[in-house]
Design a protein around this ligand. Sequence first.
Ligand SMILES: Nc1ncnc2c1ncn2[C@@H]1O[C@H](COP(=O)(O)OP(=O)(O)OP(=O)(O)O)[C@@H](O)[C@H]1O
Ligand SMILES: [Mg+2]
Length: 439
Amino acid sequence: MNPKNSISQIKRLLGRKYSDPEVQRDLASFPFRVTEGPDGFPLVHVRYLGEERTFTSTQLLAMVLSNLKGIAEGNLNAAVVDCCIGIPVYFTDLQRRAVLDAATIAGLQPLRLFHETTATALAYGIYKTDLPENDQLNVAFVDVGHASMQVSVVGYKKGQLKMLSHTYDQSLGGRDFDEALFKHFAAKFKEEYKIDVYQNARACIRLRVACEKLKKVLSANPEAPLNIECLMDEKDVRGFIKREEFEQISASVLERVKGPLEKALAEAGLTTENVHFVEVVGSGSRVPAIIKIITDFFGKEPRRTMNASECVARGCALQCAILSPTFKVREFQVNDGFPFSIALSWNGDSQNTPQQTLVFPKGNAIPSTKVLTFFKSSTFEVDVLYVDPNGLQIPQKISTYTIGPFQTSKGEKAKLKVKVRLNIHGTVTVDSAIVNAGG
Ligand SMILES: Nc1ncnc2c1ncn2[C@@H]1O[C@H](COP(=O)(O)OP(=O)(O)OP(=O)(O)O)[C@@H](O)[C@H]1O
Ligand SMILES: [Mg+2]
């Protein structure tokens, strides 16, 4: 075991400030050392090639991607450059850009950053031969992973899928159950064995690992034992828990499962009767209490048609093949939707009156372009903003563009056409500004 040098959950650090409350909460349980870099982003400390080194999360992701590239190249016996990378739907502009940067460092060229929800939906639908010609088949996908939960409602017709809604809780997943068990047994062992695992990093890790195993056993059995030899102070510990008690101690986690389900249905504009099938993916959903909540909510048994660990990768591979000129794939249209509302804001004529317009409302098709018209006499700035960053603890502003200088005729205002793009990766850019002479 080399806990201080085994880096995991890079996804949690990527594109997030060190001061982000979510990052701070995560750091409390990470065994490796993370400090704040000069730019305010986390730096991970490791011993690398015999030296103490620090890496950004982008660099670490690049190492993972580079390793994956090597594996793929070994298997295919050919160079791999084009790829499609699965990302959680809740990834912000900054997180998406960090993934793109990591891919570039690894020598990869992403044809698309693809929402995990959409990848799953594509892998499910593309080979389905019984999709209706006219009526829409509505399928809800519930993915409970290690750290997060994502829900999507997808409308299928022959040869196409449309993302009707996707919702998420970016901090609700299997690890929360591990943590509930961990706290439970840490307290128990303190009382019974007079050991405080919080004082010993190695004991913490061993107890966490044992709790994760225990949780898995409880998915199949109504009760489970926990035995760890020499956990701390040369003491062997023994514990035991019933599924019922496990559900009680994780009640606060279970309570949160329903929220994203309700929201997904409401945003898709459907009732549970209009959802024809419910599919669960993600191994975190193996907890029986989660399945019960999903079953009660939709009023039907969820299915597990897909290989839960492979569906995102399969969907990404299919999307990559669809986008690549090298492969021939059956016709299937993927109409994805963007999970955030994006606005542009700028200063009005009297300089102090900020104006704002919604450019891409939530659910907007990806990719998409909009052209806005401005009448301006001199250089000006536009900000790209999240309209409602609520639920995401991030700054509202994504980026600022300076538009100008441009020529105007004698005190007249120029007419400018500003092109804003929501690109295929789900990042927003101001692509161009053209002075329209006819202004
Ligand atoms: N039999 C099981 N019963 C309960 N939980 C399980 C079982 N098998 C795996 N898990 C849990 O599933 C989680 C991993 O699921 P998955 O592989 O879908 O996550 P991930 O995709 O890596 O995470 P995320 O989607 O949050 O980024 C872990 O918390 C693991 O403990
Ligand atoms: Mg996952």
